[in-house]
Design a protein around this ligand. Sequence first.
Ligand code: NAD
Length: 478
Amino acid sequence: MDNRRRNGGEDLNLWNIVSLQFDKAAARLDVPKGLLEQIKACNAVYYVQFPVRIGDRYELFQGWRAEHSQHRKPTKGGIRYSEMVTQEEVMALAALMTYKCAIVDVPFGGSKGGVCFNPKKYTREQVEKITRRYTAELVHKNFIGPGINVPAPDLGTGEQEMAWIADTYEALTSGQVDSLACVTGKPVTQGGIRGRREATGRGVQYGIREAFKIKADMKKFGLTGGLEGKRVAIQGFGNVGYHVAKFLSEEDGCRVIAIGDVSGGVWNADGLNVAQLAEYRDKTGGLKGFPGVKELSGPRDVLEIECDILVPAALENQIALDNVDRVKTKMIAEAANGPTTLGADEKLIDRGVMVIPDIYLNAGGVTVSYFEWTKNLSHIRYGRMEKRLDEIFRDRLVSTIEQVTGKPVPDRQRRELLKGADEVDLVNSGLEGTMQNAYREIREALDKDPRLEDLRTAAFAVAIGKVARSYMELGVFP
Ligand code: NAD
């Protein structure tokens, strides 16, 4: 039982938080009670302890893999390496995956895994051993496989861990032609897909852009004038936080003024150089000591910097009752899972802060993971068959325009017009379309039923509605 609490006794158990968020939306839906209970429950959890030889001693590790819902298969969700992982956290994150997949129409049930350790305290070889042993446990208990359960990266894991998982799975189940589809988020050279590494950050960018397209909403929250020049503060400078910072600053003209990580953070009201910060982090392992900026000493300090858009991209329960009154922003874009507690969420809504919820906003990762999975099953890179043909058609079109107008198309425009779509172009367009449709669907649900009150409740309502429909159409196996 996860009994984590912060000063004032606020319940920080993510399973309880997600359950209450679910209940709030469910109360406004016309879905049979028993079915709601089934959708909310976590169907299966595998708990394992396993020994790994670390140097000259044996160390015992605890791991979990939760399958929240199998209404669609395989189930899907990341693997987290952190000293704070608990069974209930993994169950809650698996539940969020079910709702997330439903919102972006990715045909998977929700799952999540975790191993309780801090990978930064171990060598690369030791992390490899732990990863391979955990994977072997999942294989033996049928908690991994292209049609069963497909992990991906999460906090503390990345492409390297996914490659080890794929290799271990292949070694233990050899001869399966589809084995690479047992895990997503792999390096491109090992069956991964271009655009997956940055997909969650890209999805966050696309989601924020969608919100900014609804002028009436932006006016209501005091965010007029588009994204250009908006001040952004980000907690977390790992995979997700870095890409959000990069895309919002380089492509949308936002000013990233503060970035935090586990060691503290950096702040500069004139804007930070994201590329230089990333280089510094890669060299030193963190942001601490970066020259020419103001330092933030605590890992949650960045959340209190005055800004237009605050992006929590680290951990759950970061914006809570003990700091929400000092949060000075107009929009919270939840890139992390569960970053806002229930109490803080209510206060933010009362104060007129716009919250774009995690179950929508960080769904870019699983969306592109779905593309990677289908790529692995089809055994061919997206665009390989049609790229050249596409270029030939474009060439003909440009020639026709030149003939009809009697004028040559300038070289730069010609090059742009002639370029056929690469894998990464297809991935990003698929992701953008997905994030656009999902935002519209959630926003329309809120318009249709104002009792849903906020975007999070509307997103839960959309998700529950889709999962319920799936159960009702398929029936329940006796
Ligand atoms: P990561 O391990 O790459 O980076 C985590 C970052 O958070 C690091 O900068 C780290 O310093 C910081 N951090 C860790 N503990 C902290 C603390 N106590 N206080 C402040 N900062 C802290 O992880 P990631 O993949 O970027 O994931 C970040 C969040 O996004 C998580 O909530 C994860 O569940 C969520 N998410 C990730 C993906 C994905 O594709 N990686 C997809 C969806 C959601």
